[in-house]
Design a protein around this ligand. Structure first.
Ligand code: 5AD
Length: 359
């Protein structure tokens, strides 16, 4: 089992020859645990309203320069039908933390998707209260994504001003999601100003401790309309500051595969954004096994600008699908079939022995 000193050594490694050993090892573990399938999760960005003021995020309530939208249930259901038509197994409903998406509205939407399609439903709707999370699970939602972004409490607090009277405790919410029976996803940003190698190593160890089912790791991309994008936060001392580049992000993806061998790990859109020619493929070749093609209607998609220059901002769902299929085939992999939930060590367990009672 990989431990902290080795994780830290790999994070600080710069020699390409040595790094290729890390990447080959992560790729071999990926093949042995989750196989060659690349699962496609159709992403619907259903609202860009948000009550939070996360210092990196372009749809923070502080950004007065963007038009806000909220999709209708019919529009989302249309996306769900498109997802089925394109052969996706999962629909991911993501939004800012938007209380205009009420508990009952989301629950009814989930019920309708589950009643009319075979899709697994993943929610990514922020730090919602317990009652909301429970109601949505009850309505049939299968998975929930909430990145903890960084495990450094001081850095987390600096970039996530809390709502009045509601301290943020994302780790507590992740544990609660597990109790409710969700498959649980989280993840971090790579290269936040002030993030050190030590703290990124702690993030990776936290993935193991939380036994996460899904883990998203993407580079921090500065957004000019945010405090972090305007350079208002101090960087860590030279040599300690984690860079927000493609190499560092794929190192973190590879190490994520080693700490959580059977997790579902996306090659994120943020990685594709900073490495437009081959970034997404490199993620898939260095430990990732999931991609999240965008199903948001293009008119809304360009308003869901959590960071600038987001990859695939204008293609239709169909164009996005065919481009990704080509990219998956080129690297010798196959599109996943079915919902593609956590395999829970399926391929590494020995075959079940017949019980003595039945011979
Ligand atoms: N750069 C990169 N990723 C970002 N996210 C939000 N803002 C940015 C940014 N500027 C990520 C966060 C969030 C996810 C939905 O998008 O990690 O959890």
């Amino acid at each position: 089992m990989i431990e902290r000193p080795e994780i830290l050594a790999w994070l600080r490694e710069t020699d390409p020859g040595h790094l290729s050993r890390l990447y080959r090892r992560a790729d071999a573990v990926r093949r042995a645990t989750v196989g060659e399938a690349v699962h496609l999760r159709g992403l619907v960005e259903l609202s860009n309203h948000c009550v939070r003021r996360c210092a990196y995020c372009g749809i923070s309530v502080e950004n007065a320069s963007i038009a806000r939208y909220r999709m209708t249930a019919d529009e989302v259901l249309e996306c769900a039908r498109t997802a089925v038509g394109l052969g996706y197994g999962t629909l991911v409903l993501q939004a800012g933390e938007d209380y205009g998406l009420t508990r009952d509205w989301v629950a009814e939407l989930v019920r309708q998707i589950k009643a009319t399609t075979p899709l697994a439903v993943t929610l990514s709707l922020g730090e919602r209260p317990d009652g909301d999370l429970a109601a949505w699970r009850e309505a049939g939602a299968d998975r929930y994504l909430l990145r903890f972004e960084t495990s450094d409490p001081a850095l987390f607090a600096a970039i996530h001003p809390p709502l009045p009277g509601r301290p943020s405790d994302r780790l507590a919410i992740l544990r609660r999601l597990r109790e409710l029976g969700y498959e649980v996803g989280s993840g971090v940003l790579v290269g936040i100003p002030g993030q050190t190698w030590e703290s990124l190593a702690d993030d990776l160890l936290r993935f193991r401790e939380l036994d996460l089912d899904m883990i998203g790791v993407g580079p921090f991309i500065p957004h000019p309309e945010t405090p972090l994008g305007r350079g208002l936060f101090p960087r860590a001392p030279e040599g300690e500051q984690v860079p927000a580049d493609e190499e560092t992000t794929t190192k973190a993806v590879a190490l994520t595969r080693l700490v959580r061998p059977d997790a579902n790990i996306p090659s994120t859109t943020a990685l594709a954004t900073i490495g437009p020619s081959f970034g997404r493929e490199r993620g898939l070749m260095r430990g990732a096994n999931v991609v999240m093609p965008n199903l948001t209607p293009p008119a809304y998609r360009k308003l869901y600008e959590i960071y600038p220059g987001k990859a695939i901002v204008s293609e239709t769902a169909e164009e996005c699908r065919s481009c990704l299929s080509g990219r998956i085939a080129i690297i010798g992999r196959v599109p996943g079939k079915g919902p593609g939930g956590r395999a829970r060590g399926a391929r590494t367990e020995p075959p079940a022995r017949p019980s003595p009672a039945t011979g």
